[in-house]
Design a protein around this ligand. Structure first.
Ligand code: ADP
Ligand code: ZN
Length: 595
């Protein structure tokens, strides 16, 4: 089954800098205190008392440090007197010496440690301050802020390079006309588009579209990411917005592209903390700049997001991002076109049909498809093939869907057996249900974080998910656990991800799709207030669905014990089985399964 894709962000360099700065500051401050406080408490004494016999009797030692005389008393306390007159000092020293009290003369010069510290401290502090200043300066200076791509130079992207999103292209055509000649557009009475919001899942080609639009119009393309405006120093985000628009006004006509605008365009006033207050300020600045556009300034802002629902409503008001273009996942024809764009540069085996790849990759985004061909090419290069062949594409698809194989990670035989039984449970249920996606492959080679995988692929793009389909999916997800219980008489923690996903589907059936005895309810957003009684009832209805499907999965596994045992044997032998081999174990013919 497909894998959740992880997005890992590397810690930003400037966060590291800030950390180093803080540590340096802390170090110098604490070092300073350490050296200050290492001297014990001292009390002052005057010259006459220092000469008194009982004072001398109580003394353990005397140390002379220039004009400063320090007496260490037998009880450990220190007393000090400043004696400037040399003769008087001499007198004291000799009276102490006469009473057999050790006298030490200390050098006037400070110790090496003291010298080093007294020189290093200001230096360290300066350095730390310098670092902070440099960071602030660097984030204010225009470098590395936003990327400017000239409409002509660099690697150009045209509308021909963006496939499968014809509707979005049509919608952008008017914008391109405007950018080509803003004044003529105005004379003809067109209303200048100002902001366009491209919404859709990641990798569907939103950035590509914006870049191509700028290029088709022959104007500069200023690209910036919404997350660039999240600043550690209050007010810098807003300043950055001002600079971006100042730059755009100079370049106009031009396209400003703001990727992931949700990072700065979330609803304002969510919480009182300073980070969100600063974000509000940044967003306000963006709104001000957009309102300040002259009608024909020739600047078009294109923003992209996969969460249009969380944007501040002020952003989508008329005159701002008032045109939303949905960029959807391509259908099978669109996928074939996208593959064709990316296959241009590649050498494919003559028998390799792009339509076949497109049919086998429902749900893949444009970026996924580009990645698929890339991985396939790498595989072909690795085994010195002349051209990319079918099995390279299959290998690449498995890798993308299920994660890379972890060769060299050895499971012992018990673990392999348990994994084989678990996966065989998924397969048995997958073959039995009527409305699920056909089982395509099963493997007990560890991939990614999973020990084994059962892969099922939809035979077509599913635009509508029926209740029966969802129930079958839940049963399939629970099939692994069912087999563990019935055939191994145990349970493994490996089923936790299956269970999590099954419960998630069941909960959505209840709370979003109205597919439970609770009727058509919709819970709305998680942050909205909900009555606990309703939440409890949703939880109960979810449980009912899960238990029903678990029972069904157990019945299916129970009825197929012999076939499952065959499949487990084959898996232990060969690690991975494809659709035909699986059907063979179950005495089924391909015709029984949707091809
Ligand atoms: P988004 O901005 O929607 O997250 P991108 O435009 O950054 O997606 O797409 C990433 C890459 O995926 C592109 O550089 C391109 O190689 C490929 N790609 C995505 N969508 C398409 C498409 N519709 N046609 C061709 N290539 C695409
Ligand atoms: Zn499983």
């Amino acid at each position: 089954m497909p894998f959740p894709r992880l997005i890992i962000r590397s810690p930003k360099a400037n966060q590291l800098m800030a950390l180093v700065t803080v540590i340096l500051l802390l170090l110098s401050v604490s070092a300073f205190h350490f050296f200050k406080s290492s001297e014990p408490a001292v009390s002052e004494i005057d010259y006459t008392r220092l000469r008194a016999p009982d004072e001398i009797a109580a003394a353990a030692s005397l140390s002379v440090d220039g004009e400063l005389l320090t007496v260490t008393l037998k009880n450990g306390l220190l007393v000090q007197a400043v004696v400037t007159n040399e003769a008087a000092q001499q007198e004291i020293v000799s009276s102490f010496a006469k009473n057999n009290i050790p006298v030490k003369f200390r050098s006037l010069r400070p110790s090496i440690m003291e010298t080093v510290m007294s020189m290093a401290l200001p230096l360290l502090t300066l350095l730390a301050l310098g670092l902070v200043g440099w960071r602030v300066f660097a984030s204010m200076g225009g470098q590395g802020d936003f990327k400017l791509t000239d409409g002509s130079g660099g690697q150009t992207v045209t509308f021909d390079d963006v496939a499968g999103v014809d509707e979005a292209k049509n919608e952008l055509a008017e914008t391109i006309d405007f950018l080509r000649d803003p004044e003529r557009f105005g004379r003809l009475g067109g209303r200048a588009p100002r902001g366009i919001l491209l919404s859709g899942s990641p990798g569907t080609g939103k950035t590509l579209l914006a870049r191509a639009a700028a290029n088709e119009a022959g104007v500069p393309f200023l690209a910036v990411s919404g997350s660039n405006f999240q600043e550690k120093f209050a007010g810098l985000g807003a300043a950055r917005v001002r600079r971006l628009f100042a730059r755009a006004r100079k370049l106009s006509p031009c396209v400003i592209f703001i990727d992931e605008i949700d990072a700065l365009g979330r609803r304002r006033g969510r919480s009182g903390d300073s980070a969100s207050a600063d974000q509000d300020q940044t967003l306000n600045q963006l709104l001000i700049e957009m309102d300040g556009f002259e009608q024909l300034s020739g600047i078009v802002i294109i923003a992209s997001t996969n969460r249009p629902d969380i944007l501040d409503q002020a952003l989508t008001r008329p005159g701002r991002f008032d045109r939303e273009i949905a960029v959807n996942l391509a259908d099978v024809r669109g996928r074939e076109q996208i593959l064709a764009v990316h296959a241009q540069r590649l050498k494919l085996e003559s028998g390799l049909d792009l339509g076949w790849i497109a049919r086998g990759t429902p749900g893949f985004s444009g970026a996924d498809l580009a990645n698929l061909l890339n991985e396939a090419t790498i595989a072909a290069t690795r085994d010195n093939s002349e051209a990319v062949a079918r099995h390279h594409v299959e290998y690449a698809r498995d890798k993308i869907l299920m994660g890379a194989e972890r060769r060299g990670f050895m499971m012992d035989n018990d673990e392999r057996y348990a994994t084989a039984v678990h996966e065989a449970g998924h397969v048995a249920v997958g073959l039995d249900v009527r409305n699920g996606d056909p089982v395509h492959k099963v493997s007990i080679l560890p991939r990614g974080r999973a020990l084994g995988v059962t892969q099922s692929l939809p035979e077509r793009d599913r635009l509508m998910k029926k209740r029966e389909y969802l129930e079958d999916q839940i049963a399939m997800l629970l099939g692994g656990r069912a087999a563990e219980q019935l055939l191994l008489d145990t349970m493994t923690a490996g089923a936790s991800n299956d269970i999590e996903r099954a419960v998630e589907i069941a909960r959505r059936m209840v709370a979003e799709f109205g597919m439970s005895p609770l009727g058509p309810i919709h819970l709305g957003k998680p942050e909205d207030p909900h009555s606990q009684a309703l939440l409890d009832r949703i939880e109960q209805a979810t449980n009912v669905i899960i238990n029903e499907q678990m029972k069904r999965a157990c019945e299916m596994v129970d009825a197929r014990r012999a076939e499952i045992a065959r499949l487990v044997d084959e898996l232990m032998e060969r690690d991975t089985l494809d659709a035909d081999e699986i059907l063979h174990c179950f005495n089924l013919k391909r015709s029984l399964q949707a091809a």
